[in-house]
Design a protein around this ligand. Structure first.
Ligand SMILES: [Fe+2]
Ligand SMILES: [Fe+2]
Length: 483
């Protein structure tokens, strides 16, 4: 079923071209040219989104926005505005002002309709995405295209999952800047075709436009949720699916910045992290044998998320809120590195010069700066990011905080962060990395010992831990004698 749009603008020519464009994309559009008619339309019908020019007459746009906010609080509204050159910003409706006034998004005219399409897609649920896709019967022919490599992102062919109809175009790479479109948006997903490329042509990766990352992440997170909540699904698959979606999510966040939809998506992923950590008793086995040594920053952030939240799970005070909040902080803990010289992003600290180290040590504060004005991120997340390199013995940065002055959650993330560095930098399996961490006399005082104890428990069978806990201490002695 098509998603309904209400488009309100006094420029009739533009209205008709927008209608034509969006109907081609399987939306349906109701057009009105003034604010009063917009309110009547809203009274009579419901819409997926309202696209509203602030400058319309006969009930000004801003009055219509207020009407919507007081009568249809959840209605998505995208405001259009035109800025006049030479007029003071104070006297114009800027994007910031419109968002403050209650718009979900705002965009300055003139713009390309595909930019408006992007804003709309950012608000679609998975079922919205599936319903707007124009389904084609069968599979379209292959099409060779020339496009710059920078436009694309890729996933391993084995990690690609799809709905029945493909949500966006999928390509394979021929050579630099040359691709073949193997499935078009709306095609019926063809496993045969994918398998053919895999087995006959040894294709390892599938490519798609970076603009479609949002759809990819949204769909895969939805899919991961179903798998995570399925008690029969193997734990290793759950961990892998969440890794895949988290890495692509971080790629999008690092390239597009902290937009509201990105934060919302991050919260949805954090919920899945919680479900995984809470519900799966066999995770310790996956952790013991984990062996993905990819040193990239996105894998790093995912592993820090996984181990930090698993440590929290060992504490009696663990809760859904604490785990989700820490998961979000872990995903963004190194976001401040975006502001640093690119060469530092994947560099080991042991390879850095004194000058580079000084630069690197700024990243917690830079991270805080990047998100400080974001009202969707709560203060605990901000503090975890700021303090994730503080050490329990006072030897950390940026403030050399000590002991109880450091947030416990930050010290947990600090431990998980360094633990993951040992895994990635030295290419060690977690159990070997644990040995390295526990025998490092210099660095062990960086962490509260209770937290280290909980990291060890992450690798133990929870059923065994419970059994030990419930046995009275003297019965352990009896047990030992008996065996
Ligand atoms: Fe860091
Ligand atoms: Fe880190």
């Amino acid at each position: 079923m098509a998603l309904k749009l209400l488009i309100v603008d006094s420029d009739e020519e533009w209205l008709f071209s927008a209608k034509e464009y969006f109907e081609e994309l399987n939306y349906s559009a109701t057009l009105v040219s003034n604010g009063k008619d917009a309110q009547v339309a809203l009274y009579n019908d419901s819409f997926f989104a309202v696209i509203l020019n602030v400058a319309v007459q006969n009930h000004p746009g801003i009055q219509v926005l207020k009407f919507i906010r007081s009568n249809h609080a959840a209605q998505k509204v995208i405001m259009l505005t035109e800025l006049e050159e030479g007029v003071d910003e104070e006297d114009q409706w800027t994007i910031e002002k419109l968002v403050k006034a209650g718009a979900n998004e705002a965009i300055v005219k003139p713009f390309e309709l595909c930019d408006l399409k992007g804003l709309l897609e950012g608000h679609q649920s998975v079922s919205d995405m599936v319903s707007t896709i124009k389904k084609r019967s069968g599979v379209s022919a292959e099409e060779e295209v020339e496009a710059v490599d920078d436009k694309f992102t890729h996933v391993r062919i084995d990690d690609f999952y799809s709905s029945k109809a493909v949500l966006f175009d999928i390509f394979i790479k021929l050579k630099s800047n040359r691709y073949i479109k193997i499935l078009h948006a709306g095609d019926t997903f063809s496993k045969e075709r994918i398998d053919k490329y895999k087995t006959e042509k040894n294709v390892e990766f599938l490519y798609f436009d970076k603009k479609d990352l949002y759809k990819y992440v949204k769909f895969n997170n939805f899919f991961a949720k179903n798998v995570i909540n399925n008690p029969k699904a193997p734990s290793v698959l759950k961990v892998k699916m969440l890794q895949n979606v988290s890495e692509k999510f971080l790629e999008q966040a690092f390239s597009e910045g902290m937009k509201p939809q990105i934060i919302d998506q991050g919260k949805e992923i954090a919920e899945n992290v919680y479900e995984l950590i809470k519900g799966d008793e066999n995770l310790y086995q996956v952790f013991r044998s984990y062996s993905d040594f990819d040193p990239n920053a996105f894998t790093h952030a995912y592993l820090v998320t996984l181990f930090s939240t698993s440590i929290i799970k060992q504490f009696e005070w663990e809760s859904k809120t604490t785990i989700e909040c820490t998961a979000l902080a872990c995903m963004f803990h190194d976001i401040g590195k975006m502001q640093l010289d690119k060469t530092l992003l994947n560099m080991k600290t042991s390879d850095m010069s004194e000058e580079q180290l000084e630069e690197y040590r700024k990243h917690p504060e830079l991270g805080l700066e990047l998100i400080s004005s974001n009202s969707l991120i709560n203060n605990s997340v901000k503090q975890i990011i700021l303090q994730h390199h503080e050490h329990y013995d006072g030897s950390g940065f940026p403030f050399s905080k000590k002991g109880a002055k450091i947030l416990t959650l930050s010290n947990i993330v600090c431990l998980a962060d360094n633990f993951v560095h040992i895994i990635q930098d030295q290419e060690l399996k977690p159990m070997e990395a644990l040995k390295v961490l526990l025998t490092n006399r210099e660095e062990l005082p960086w962490y509260n010992s209770k937290i280290v104890e909980c990291l060890i428990k992450v690798f133990a069978d929870p059923a065994k831990i419970r059994k030990e806990m419930y046995l009275p201490s003297n019965s352990k002695v009896v047990n030992r004698k008996a065996s």
